[in-house]
Each structure stands twice: as C-alpha cells, then as structure tokens.
Write a new protein. Sequence first.
Length: 205
Amino acid sequence: MNYPSKVIEKAINELAALPGIGKKTAMRLALHILKQPIENAVGLGEALIALRKEVKYCKNCHNISDSDLCNICINPRRDSQTICVVEDIKDVIAIESTNQFNGVYHVLGGIINPLMGVAPSQLNIDSLIEKVKESDCKEVIFAFSASIEGDTTAFYISKKLTGTAVRISSIARGIPIGLDLEYTDEITLGRSLLNRTIIQTVQSD
C-alpha cells in the first residue's frame, strides 16, 4: 500500500508490529492519533517510553513493579506463607481482579515447553524452589492454564519440592481446557482458586 506520508507509514508499521494489531487497525489508530491534540500524542509517547525505561521486575516474585520490590510483596497484610505460582504477569492481574486471593505470587516467565525450546533452566523455577525452602511457606498453588505444558510444569516443580513440609495444590479445573487465564471470567477464576485441588500433602517426619 502506498501511503501519502513516510511518517505515517512508519507509525502504521510500528503499531502493526504489536500483537493482535493488523495493518487496518494500525492505520485507524495512527489516523486517530493524528487527529488528536499534540498534547495527547506527546502524553502517549511519554507513557510508552516510561513504560519501557522505568518499569522494573520485582526481585522477589518477578512481577512488574516501580521499585525493587512490588506492592504485593511489601504489603504486610498479604499472606507470605501462601505462594501462587503463575506463568506470566497477566495471570497475576487476572487473579488479583477476583479479590479471592490474599497470598503472594511467583511469576515463572513462561511454562516448560520442549517443542518451543523452553526448558526449566530458562524459567524462574530455581528462585521459587530456593524461596520455598528458605522461608516459612506453607502452601504453593499452581495457577496455570489447563494444558499439557501447564501440567508438565506443575509436575516438574512438585518433584523439585519433594521432601519439603509444604502443601502443593492447583486451582480447580473450572477453567476450560486450552483457555488462557486472562480470558477467564472473574467468577470462574475466583471459584477455581478457592476450590483448588491438593497435589501433594505435607510430609511428616
């Protein structure tokens, strides 16, 4: 397609590179921004630059944060003895929207997927195991999308935690197979979290 301006062509190409945005949607967005006051465009640009430059990852749970530790980890009202393990940051946001969980999180940054070349060493698994073993953690909850990869990841971590005095559970299968957590309605996700199933019970000496 020939555009009347190289500047708008570049803007459209950049927008179209975003997930879920095609050329037509990118063109509509670019033309919309073009019609807005310059202050709006500058504000959008500055927000995106700040997003990339200033947002950090929590050193404790790997969630996004404005400082070294996220607001959830430093909140004294959260139950630090219950850790919910999720695949990605979007899953933290989805679970938090249910208002059904008062523990803390651990973001793996993905799930084990040999076909896609994702090995355990590429995920934040070692830091999770270390955290559980060195803290007073009582329960680890797996909140993965219902898939073979999710089950494989849960099984791998469970084996790593064998011998620890921690209960291991998984959110209930109220979530349809193949559906990502971010697309699950809040009621279903909340109930799945409350009705989680036990994978491994506490081992007594």
